[in-house]
Design a protein around this ligand. Sequence first.
Ligand code: ATP
Ligand code: MG
Length: 198
Amino acid sequence: MPPGDDLLEGSSPDESAPAAGNGRRSRRGLIIVNTGEGKGKTTAALGVIFRAWGRDFRVRMFQFIKHTTARFGEHRAARRLDIPIEALGDGFTWLSKDMDQTTALALAQWDRCKEAIVKGEDDIIVLDEFTYAMHYGWVPVSEVIDTLQRRPAPMHVIITGRYAPQELIDFADLVTEMRLIKHPYQEQGIKAQPGIEF
Ligand code: ATP
Ligand code: MG
């Protein structure tokens, strides 16, 4: 069920209503965290990007961990929709042989995120798989919170990944934990498939 009208802010959900713009002045920026062991953290953030793109929001995603050269379905779609997705990683951290490089890439990516957050040109910024950088202690959570506090008031920031630190959860406005109930790999050994996983 969609929320009642009293819960909807800014612009009308009515398709027949005239375009209401992106409500920049009235908007209250949220810090959103998608965490937990279940699948759906990154795709939920992409869903918000898709929805906001339809509202002419300026959206941007920074990806940690994912390899710079990744050309997943979302990268292909984003290119066609002209949505910037910037990946600066060397694959999966827990398989990484060179932790120094993984750490350095995460720090370099965080520098770019900080700049974009403080610059404030975007309506929504997603920091995908960013929780690991905090979890492994590469980026202090206090520095992240300090940066988020310096963003323009209407900017939404979505952070995804497992093991979201408690301080970030406390600071965030909207936190969802994806809970693993069944995964086709665990249950049946079914490997990652295009369109579903990448
Ligand atoms: P998605 O990108 O599909 O929204 P996610 O961001 O929640 O998923 P991550 O926790 O980042 O997922 O995991 C990355 C990948 O690992 C996903 O493609 C996911 O399907 C896969 N994965 C998650 N849980 C398991 C599991 N228990 N066994 C095998 N693969 C898994
Ligand atoms: Mg993910």
